[in-house]
Write a protein that binds this ligand. Structure first.
Ligand SMILES: [Zn+2]
Length: 415
């Protein structure tokens, strides 16, 4: 039951819930309605929502509830740590789920329809220009959650999402920076040093910008990676006490860069940024801009992109993470043990490190050598049975796809 009451500045909607408790209804921003009719309509809508919510709690909601109404009843209980996630979900529901499923009763959504929607390259989630498989999966995940909750709350007996085949996320090599590329970038000296140091050490952007000089032992050639510059909050965050700092060896080039960046600056001056653990800081940052300010990862990335444009190099390669991958790729190619590389890069799991080991002819040659094959000939094309496609099938095999035993392999084993 809904009605409206006249107040000095407009109309307010009222309704009584199933327990007889009266509720007030205003516009979302708290203001009153100009017209009585709108106030009553809004109150009626709220009354219906309240009845549904109560029905969900009692497990008395019919399976014929429309998906859009179902979402309205469960969305109030969805909470996220990050407000970005909530915003993204709202967007997905408004643009993808409501238009497709909003008016469909839950029990009229069979498995096959869901699969068809996922596969549809025109209007569904099928991979097509403008939709990445990752995003398609993200959209699907919100839908799938809504169905799982329906089963949990006993509105549905089973979820139509069980066994749905999702678009595959292709493994593609990520861009990385070669040392020779970095040398071609025409950067300001402070940025050039930062870029080359990144390639020598594989530090994350925040770790590089937050590197304190007392963490560098230039005599022994090691540094401890302990602090990170959190640029959005402009603070230094040390690693949690229960975690170990990782040691990263410094190449002679890296040592030279640190010496040059420090010049004759006061090493115990303190970085001037707040440390989130509250400790006072008495150590200078290694990387500062030419004007003596804290170096910002975004500004560094931007400088890299502009320099790449000037040098007519692909922009995709010009970012801080491409430097890190460049380091990982170079180290792996040079034969560094993957466990050592994971330790240096600060990966908890060597599966993360795998992404930095890029397919390249050198890696393939190493793998072939380790497997006891004779080294590939320098000139491609002279060796008919395997030189014709140095990047082909075998490259993909090394990237973690299943190895197939082909006639060709068997023939080679016999040699
Ligand atoms: Zn500091």
């Amino acid at each position: 039951m809904a009605w409206a009451e006249k107040l000095a500045t407009g109309w307010r909607g009222r309704y009584r819930d199933q327990h007889g408790v009266k509720h007030k209804v205003t516009q979302p921003d708290g203001s009153l309605f100009e017209r009585k009719k709108d106030a009553i309509e809004a109150a009626e809508e709220e009354a219906v929502k309240a009845r549904r919510t109560a029905a969900v709690k009692q497990g008395a909601l019919p399976a014929s509830i429309k998906w859009g109404h179902w979402w309205d009843t469960i969305v109030v209980d969805r909470t996220f740590d990050e407000s970005d996630t909530a915003t993204a979900e709202k967007y997905i529901v408004k643009n993808w789920l409501r238009p497709k499923w909003g008016d469909t009763p839950l029990n009229k959504i069979p498995h096959d329809d869901v699969q068809e929607w996922v596969d549809d390259k025109q209007r569904g989630l099928g991979v097509r220009p403008g939709m990445s498989p990752r995003y398609a999966r993200r959209i699907y995940a919100v839908f799938s959650v809504s169905m799982s909750i329906a089963v949990k709350k006993k509105v549905l007996d089973a979820s139509p999402c069980v066994g749905i085949k999702l678009p595959k996320i292709p493994k593609k090599p990520k861009p990385y920076v070669e040392t020779s590329h970095a040398a071609q970038l025409d950067l300001r000296e402070d940025y050039q040093d930062a870029v080359e140091f990144g390639l020598e050490t594989g530090l994350r952007p925040g770790e590089l910008c937050g590197l304190h000089i007392h963490r560098c032992d230039l005599e022994k050639g090691w540094m401890d990676v302990v602090e990170t510059f959190v640029h959005r909050r402009r603070v230094i965050r040390p690693i949690p006490k229960d975690q170990d700092a990782r040691g990263v060896p410094l190449t002679s080039k890296a040592i030279e860069i640190v010496r040059r960046r420090m010049g004759d600056r006061d090493r115990s001056a303190g970085c001037g940024l707040q440390h989130t653990d509250g400790e006072a800081c008495s150590s200078a940052l290694v990387f500062l801009t030419a004007r003596g300010r804290v170096m910002h990862p975004d500004a560094l990335g931007q400088a890299m992109r502009r320099a790449a444009e000037r040098a007519e190099m692909p922009r995709a390669n010009a970012n801080m993470y491409a430097l890190r991958r460049g380091f990982g790729t170079r180290a792996a190619r040079g034969g560094m043990d993957v466990f050592m590389l994971a330790g240096i890069m600060g990966h908890a799991d060597i599966r993360e490190t795998q992404g930095y080991v890029q397919m390249s002819p050198q890696v393939r040659a190493q793998a072939m050598a380790a497997l006891g094959e004779r080294p590939p000939l320098a000139a491609v094309g002279h060796d008919e049975d395997r030189g014709a496609d140095p990047w082909g099938k075998r490259g993909a095999d090394l990237n973690g796809d299943a190895l197939e035993s082909t006639g060709e392999d068997a023939a080679k084993d016999a040699v």
